[in-house]
Design a protein around this ligand. Structure first.
Ligand SMILES: [Ca+2]
Ligand SMILES: [Ca+2]
Length: 489
């Protein structure tokens, strides 16, 4: 009976979608009417955006307004919890376990293995269909010069720096170097920030006349460290009233040893340190200020699109390359297979697409490539390892058997389903969390026999290939990786 009713609702949903969806989509069958694509990337933005309810004090009115104009995939996860491998994966449509790109990598080295030498990047796919491809800012880890026909540069990447660090330098505390982590109000105007320049470049492209459909990519770099933005963005918040995220000091007691070693980021501040020095709220304040700043730049570009000749025929997709811990799990870092580092915003909006929809089925950034191909009416190449999300845009409650997979280092994977996170490390150690009762992932259920069927089911999604490290990919952040890479080379 239930099944019959569900099928009936699904049928209704499908009919409604067929009627309401595609001004854009149905017109996609003709080559002349291909929609443009505005592809907005944000660096190191976790789920602290208003529409995802990740933090009560965050101010992201422009991203929230975009979510209200489209579909918010509220259970979206990255393929890798750091910049380089996350971006290499989503642009190639291939999992890190297939490419061997588990760590950072220079763009000029991306192609130096057999799998990647044959990959067609997302932007290149559209170029082959006759699109004009343009990009600015951080799209790959640096940028691959061949990936866009026009590239507007990355400027000074992470922004102008104060003469001296303001609040944190790992070497002040006897820690290893290797992070730009610092925070504070700097410089004195938005115009000095690379993100401001990236937005201006994108706006200029939106004001130009284009004879072909375009793929325009704009990659913002805040809230990546250093958390330096002008004072006006700090002034949006009352520092003393800012909430710190949930933290359980004994949280690591039920985490496998290999997970502790793998997740170690010795150069970064710990929560214990931030509590002792009274700086936790200041760090959160700076991250929120950086997030509000980048949200404003997203808004500037979106308003330019609305005021352009392309307002009615442009798909918009907004995403972040991975999340970030701001004190949860005793860390201020990405580099983890836990929720706050894997969970990111993903919004897809455009003329003719449903508005104000939320979908909580698991999605991955790897799904963006096939989704855009599908939404624009092209056949999805069978080499891609993601899945088109178009069925979920048509009906957010559609049956969905896929999961999101995050990989950190070779053969360490975390599977996110609708309700669970299941992580399995190379030596067989496991974690299991039930997000219905434990959204902070404090209570590892992996040792409880009651959950064996759940683990067994989730295990079937683990990648069957665990490629060797790509020869130029590296991540020497801790002893685990130094040893791994030493063994690999
Ligand atoms: Ca990043
Ligand atoms: Ca725990």
């Amino acid at each position: 009976m239930l099944g019959t009713r569900r099928q009936f609702i699904k049928h209704l949903g499908a009919s409604a979608a067929a009627l309401s969806l595609p001004a854009v989509l149905s017109s996609c069958s003709s080559r002349a009417a291909k929609p443009n694509i505005l592809f907005i990337a944000i660096d190191d933005l976790n789920d602290w955006v208003g529409c995802l309810n990740g933090h009560p004090d965050t101010k992201t009115p422009n991203i929230d307004a975009l979510a209200a104009r489209g579909t918010l995939f509220e259970n979206t996860h990255v393929q890798a919890p750091i910049c380089g491998p996350s971006r290499a994966s989503l642009m190639s449509g291939l999992l890190p376990s297939t490419t061997g790109i588990y760590g950072q990598i220079k763009d000029e080295d991306l192609r130096n293995n057999e799998v990647m030498s044959n990959a067609v990047y997302l932007s290149q796919f559209f170029a082959r269909q006759g699109y004009k491809t343009m990009g600015v800012g951080k799209l790959f880890h640096g940028t691959d010069g061949n990936a866009f026909q026009e590239y507007g540069g990355i400027h000074e990447r992470f922004g102008p720096k104060p003469e001296e660090r303001m609040h944190y330098d790992p070497e002040w505390f006897g820690k290893p170097p290797g992070t730009q982590t610092d925070w504070g109000a700097f410089p004195d105007s938005d115009e000095k920030m690379p993100d401001w320049k990236f937005a201006q470049w994108a706006i200029q492209k939106l004001q130009e006349r284009h004879e072909q459909p375009f793929f325009l990519a704009c990659g913002f770099v805040r809230p990546h460290v250093p958390w330096h933005v002008p004072a006006k963005w700090f002034d949006l918040f009352d520092r003393n009233a800012i909430s710190t995220p949930p933290y359980l000091p004994e949280d690591m007691n039920d985490v496998p040893e290999i997970a502790k070693r793998l997740h170690e980021v010795p150069m970064m501040p710990t929560t214990e340190w931030a509590q002792e020095t009274g700086q936790w709220k200041d760090i959160v304040h700076a991250y929120l200020a950086s997030t509000a700043f980048v949200d404003d730049k997203v808004g500037v570009v979106l308003r330019a699109l609305t005021n352009s000749a392309y307002a009615d025929n442009t798909l918009i997709i907004l995403w972040a390359d991975h999340g970030y811990h701001l004190g949860e799990k005793n860390r201020f870092a990405k580099h983890s297979l836990w929720e706050r580092a894997t969970h990111v915003p993903l919004i897809i909006a455009g003329p003719g697409l449903p508005e104000n929809q939320r979908c909580n089925q698991p999605a991955g950034l790897i799904d963006m490539y096939p989704t855009l191909v599908d939404l624009c009416g092209y056949r999805v190449p069978n080499t891609l390892q993601g899945h088109s999300l178009k069925p979920l845009i048509e009906d957010p409650d559609a049956d969905w058997s896929h999961v999101a997979i995050t990989t950190y280092g070779r053969n360490n994977h975390s599977i996110r389903s609708l309700h669970y996170r299941y992580s399995r490390y190379e030596n067989g150690s496991e974690e299991l969390y039930d997000h219905r009762s434990d959204p902070n992932e404090w209570h590892n259920l992996a040792g409880d026999e009651k959950y064996n069927p759940v683990k067994e089911r989730l295990r079937t999604h683990l990648p069957t290939v665990n490629a060797d490290w790509h020869p130029e990919s590296y991540l020497p952040v801790n002893d685990y990786f130094v040893r791994e890479q030493g063994a690999a080379k």
